[in-house]
Design a protein around this ligand. Structure first.
Ligand code: BGC
Length: 698
């Protein structure tokens, strides 16, 4: 079993993707996998998840802090850096089960080694140990400290900065444009240093051949100033690293997966697991952004990715993180209700891009023309109403998998009830049938369409779920009106559902009449590689080419509700028409393909989804807007595809079932899960036989 992601050799073109692959994070802080000699040009970022700020009229986004791991080496006055010369050897190695990063870079005169972590024991802490070894006698100078020249997408976010230095401790206090104070304490253990510029230090040292110079850096990020960094770190780097590794490994063990017989798939899945475990916050209810903890892309906002791709993973492995993400939706209900009101509806219309208050962060012009920079009108914020149904889905699945229905009494029931009321006010009844007009489904290239199969199906399911819980519960939402249940029942019973022709579900009303062009022919019409394919004038908008799984996502999610003819026909029809322009697509197709025994396609899409941030294959521009970073929903999609698709996991009450369809290369799969408060180890063999054993503890 390979426990490390290792990339050997230095390739400048991979700087951005390596920053994603080697990200260290704990749900609260994220530090990109960048090298010490880098600065904002290489997208170095220490991202504070879930704390937002707006600069002037730019997009409001999460905050990046100064970089505590800034270090530059000079030999005889000449800078030694991968940016200046090709190293003789170089590798980065990420321990996927313990969560720390090691670097080794050899130049002609010196060798650099470093080790760093973002703690899972104390989630305000990050630390690094840095060594330089001389290959010959050298006069070494090291410049290190806090780099306050921060990489920002829509910044600067600190209107005031105050830097106090007291010997080897620096306290950075920044006040955001919105008036929030944030603190970063920095501490190093170098002896005989000089103070250099406002937040940097310099150390000059002569090293004889073979001699090594080592030092350690600690940083603490706080929203309220309380702790002395020297006290917190008094036990030293090795001790704090061990505490972190133990805490990370405990999380990993609850979610452990091993795929025997296929090293690449095994490593890709473990990497996805690493990314998922790094993004979960067990201590705060802030929600998990679409790009995890990897930076400010997508404004650091929370999308439906959380409900459909992440919460179902955490519910089975680390339920407290799933719960926190749902509590985040409870805490932001007022924002969702304010949004509904703003657009003239009732109930809760959750934000397409949600930040701390739940108000909509998605702008009317969310992409730009890459050539002219002109904003392109998009309707994601106003029309992607399936988000409110996705939230009901996540509550329901969380309760089914964990048995924790108490969350309904803590505000969950109010949330899902308000979502149902929103649908009643959005939908229109025409000739006895309810319709949902003017929406965008998961395929964002087709805007303002009517009766999208995914949206309508999810909405019906959401409304039925709400009725189920309202009838079940002794406690009802305060705002429940006597005739609401009747109205909801009428809606669920009379909602226009699926238009099926030759077993193919029409994605939305009128879709079958669109131009039938192949993906390769459509690509020939593109004038700029970064061009946006959707919106009013996009190349895909008037064709059948879709951005991501839409009808097939619906079938993958509700596997038991569609017969095999429908599944086959829709997979065959939509798969070739899908661009996979969103990283969310492959996991859904993979899940469906496995259920159909199309093991080859299932396997290919699974691999694509799981290794996305190892290989860096995804688009990083939507029009002119940078959308790079880690694709955490793709990691979640890979996990769900392996469990629900490949292993055919399902349940009825307390009972678990499997129906495996394994790719040829898989000799055995082991997965640790939690289900209804019990821990299980699932083992599936090549011949399809399996065991489901209860684990007492690891
Ligand atoms: C996808 C959305 C997704 C968002 C964030 C977009 O490209 O189309 O479905 O929620 O990215 O991941």
């Amino acid at each position: 079993m390979q426990k490390h992601l290792v990339k050997k050799g230095y390739i400048k073109e991979n700087i951005i993707n390596d920053g994603n692959s080697f990200l260290l994070a704990n749900g609260h802080l994220g530090y990109r996998g960048t090298l010490e000699e880098y600065d904002k040009a290489q997208l170095v970022s220490l991202n504070l998840v879930g704390v937002y700020d707006q600069y002037q009229d730019k997009w409001r986004e999460s905050i990046n802090l100064p970089n505590p791991f800034f270090i530059k080496c000079f030999v005889d006055g000449k800078e030694i850096s991968v940016l200046k010369e090709k190293p003789l050897s170089h590798f980065l190695s990420l321990d996927l089960t313990k969560g720390y990063l090691s670097r080794h870079t050899e130049f002609s005169q010196i060798i650099i080694n470093s080790k760093r972590f973002v703690s899972h024991k104390n989630d305000s802490l990050l630390s690094e140990k840095y060594d330089v070894t001389a290959k010959e006698d050298v006069q070494l100078s090291i410049i290190f400290g806090l780099d306050t020249d921060i990489y920002e997408i829509n910044g600067p976010h600190f209107q005031k900065e105050n830097i106090k230095r007291n010997k080897n401790v620096i306290l950075f206090n920044g006040m955001t444009n919105e008036g929030k104070d944030l603190y970063l304490s920095y501490f190093h253990n170098v002896k005989g240093y000089e103070e250099y510029q406002k937040s940097l230090y310099k150390k000059d040292i002569h090293l004889n051949k073979g001699e090594k110079f080592s030092f350690v850096i600690f940083a603490i990020v706080e929203e309220e100033r309380k702790d002395d960094i020297r006290k917190i770190t008094a036990s030293g780097f090795n001790h704090l690293l061990k505490e972190h590794c133990d805490a990370f490994f405990e999380k990993y063990s609850q979610a452990h997966i091993e795929i025997k017989g296929d090293k690449k798939a095994d490593l890709a899945m473990r990497f996805s697991l690493y990314q998922l475990l790094s993004a979960g916050d067990a201590n705060r209810c802030r929600g998990i952004p679409a790009r995890g903890c990897s930076g400010q892309t997508y404004k650091g906002a929370i999308f439906w990715d959380s409900e459909m791709f992440l919460i179902p993973f955490y519910a089975l492995t680390n339920p407290i993180v799933a719960r926190n993400s749902l509590i985040y939706r409870i805490n932001t209900l007022s924002g969702a209700m304010a949004k509904a009101k703003e657009f003239g509806y009732q109930g809760a219309f959750y934000a397409w891009e949600s930040q701390d208050s739940g108000l909509e962060a998605c702008s009317k012009y969310n992409v730009t023309d890459p050539k002219t920079g002109a904003p392109i009108r998009t309707y994601f914020n106003e029309k992607q109403i399936h988000i409110s149904a996705d939230i009901v889905y996540a509550f329901d699945k969380y309760i089914e998998v964990t048995g924790d229905s108490e969350i309904l009494n803590e505000g969950g029931l109010e949330v899902i009830y308000q979502c149902a009321l929103f649908f009643l006010s959005y939908a229109k009844k025409v000739d006895g049938k309810w319709h949902i007009y003017d929406v965008i489904g998961p395929d964002e290239y087709h805007e303002r369409i009517n009766d999208n199969a995914f949206t309508n199906y999810l909405t019906k399911y959401a409304v039925q779920t709400v009725i189920k819980y309202l009838k079940d519960k002794k406690v009802n939402p305060q705002s429940l009106h006597v005739d609401d249940i009747n109205k909801l029942e009428d809606f669920a019973n009379n909602l226009c559902l699926l238009n099926i022709k030759d077993s193919v579900i029409e994605q939305f009303d009128g879709y079958f009449a669109l131009e039938d062009v192949s993906l390769s022919d459509l690509r020939k019409r593109i004038k700029d590689p970064k061009e946006y394919w959707g919106g009013e004038y996009g190349v895909a908008s008037h064709t059948k080419i879709i951005k991501q799984a839409d009808v097939c996502a619906l079938i993958a999610l509700f596997d038991k509700e569609f017969n095999s003819d429908i599944k086959e026909a829709n997979f065959a029809y939509y798969y070739p028409k899908t661009e996979h322009g969103s990283s969310l697509s492959s996991g859904m197709y993979s899940r469906l393909a496995f259920r159909l025994s199309h093991v080859k396609e299932g396997y290919e899409m699974f691999k694509k989804s799981a290794e996305i941030d190892i290989v860096g294959s995804q688009k990083i521009y939507a029009g002119g807007i940078y959308i790079g970073g880690t694709h955490i929903a793709s990691s979640g999609g890979a996990y769900l595809s392996l469990l629900y698709g490949c292993l055919g996991f399902s349940y009825n009450g307390e009972q678990i079932y499997l129906d495996p369809h394994l790719p040829k290369t898989f000799k055995e799969i082991t997965m640790n899960i939690k289900f209804r408060k019990k821990k299980y180890v699932i083992t599936v063999h090549k011949n399809g036989s399996y065991t489901i054993k209860e684990r007492q503890d690891d």
